[in-house]
Design a protein around this ligand. Structure first.
Ligand SMILES: NC(=O)c1ccc[n+]([C@@H]2O[C@H](COP(=O)([O-])OP(=O)(O)OC[C@H]3O[C@@H](n4cnc5c(N)ncnc54)[C@H](OP(=O)(O)O)[C@@H]3O)[C@@H](O)[C@H]2O)c1
Length: 325
């Protein structure tokens, strides 16, 4: 295959699907990685119908399982795909819990952060070999208390408790807080990854590997609310999408997936961003580069999360160019 390839996690639904669709329209091959293979096959058919038979393919991936992420990375290694972009988009919100991954981690933390951490590290050598390449991490404005999003403020004490409960307490679970905390982890991860790539000198002028973070804004109608109570699900799926289409021209923070997805794809496609790395592109500025929360720039906490994540996923030297021998 000679066309550029992009891996989009969670590309069978919502924002990820619209991003994949846009990349395919621009001539990329998109590899959709999600759990529900039927939905993924349907997404591939829709994209192929629009952009041609070679525009999309799909593979099964469960980001909540370390073994599944490793298996997936192994399968990719055996494929001849010129991978030049990784879009870490998949995510979930758990309302009743805590639910735990097969490895014993709270599920929101496991899927939204840890699975992407491992996947990215296992694919880094491949991305570098095909550089220039880009990594985009989908975070959320809910990580930033200054934005008043009606979600709780992030609250993280120690990382061990976070990984077990999604929050600061060993004996309590709040699904919304677990989600907000996982989105702060997305930013810590994005910035620390960018710093480590620079420090290791693996990204050079001619062969850049850029890492940026994205916030889609409020995107009602996506599958993110699948675990909500029935009344909220009704509002999310039936009422808010129409409202989003009406409001989006005047309210920058609310968007239909058909607008947020292409904005996410822009971070892969836009030639003016080729040298931009370690930045955040939120919906409230209509995706112009802007600061994320103060806490997201805490270098010590980002470093600690990185080191704990290496330990939790048993990432070994040699498996990632960023893990020291
Ligand atoms: N919607 C919003 O208002 C909003 C706002 C801010 C940020 N975001 C972020 O945007 C991203 C996309 O969310 P969305 O709103 O488009 O929701 P969505 O439609 O539910 O998409 C989420 C995707 O993640 C996949 N996924 C979930 N668990 C997975 C797992 N264990 N392994 C692999 N894939 C998994 C899902 O596919 P399978 O179920 O088939 O695995 C699905 O394709 C998320 O990171 C979310 O946090 C959304």
């Amino acid at each position: 295959m000679d066309r550029n390839a992009a891996l989009v996690t969670g590309g069978n639904s919502g924002i990820g699907f619209e991003c994949a669709r846009q990349l395919a329209r621009e001539g990329w091959h998109v590899l959709i990685a999600s759990r529900n293979r039927e939905m993924s096959a349907d997404a591939v058919r829709r994209i192929a119908h629009e952009s041609g038979d070679d525009a999309a393919s799909e593979m099964g991936l469960d980001l909540g399982s370390v073994a599944s992420v490793r298996r997936f990375a192994g399968e990719i290694a055996g494929k001849n795909v010129p991978l030049r972009a990784l879009v870490c988009n998949a995510g979930l919100q758990v309302m009743k819990g805590p639910r735990h991954s097969p490895d014993g981690f709270e599920l929101t933390f496991a899927v939204n952060h840890l699975g992407h951490f491992l996947l990215t590290n296992l694919l880094l050598a491949r991305l570098l070999a095909n550089a220039p390449a880009r990594i985009v991490i989908v975070a959320s404005g809910v990580h930033d208390p200054k934005l008043r999003t009606a979600m709780p403020k992030p609250s993280i004490t120690d990382l061990e408790t976070l990984a077990k409960t999604g929050g600061p307490r060993k004996d309590a679970f709040d699904g919304r807080l677990a989600y907000v905390n996982s989105k702060l982890c997305n930013l810590w991860f994005a910035y620390e990854l960018g710093r480590r790539i620079e420090a290791a000198g693996v990204s050079t002028d001619g062969r850049r590997l850029a890492v940026n973070a994205f916030d889609p804004g409020l995107v009602p109608g996506s599958g993110l609310a699948r675990d909500y109570p029935p009344v909220l699900r009704f509002v999310w799926f039936r009422i808010l999408p129409g409202l989003a289409r009406l409001l989006t021209p005047v309210v920058a923070g609310i968007n239909p997936a058909s607008k947020a997805g292409p904005a996410l794809a822009r971070l892969v496609l836009d030639p003016t961003l080729a040298r931009v790395s370690g930045k955040y592109f939120p919906s409230h500025t209509r995706w112009r580069e802007a600061p994320s929360s103060d806490a997201s720039y805490d270098v010590a906490r980002a470093r600690a999360l990185w080191e704990e994540s290496v330990r939790m996923t048993h990432l070994l030297p040699g498996e990632s160019p960023l893990v020291a021998r």
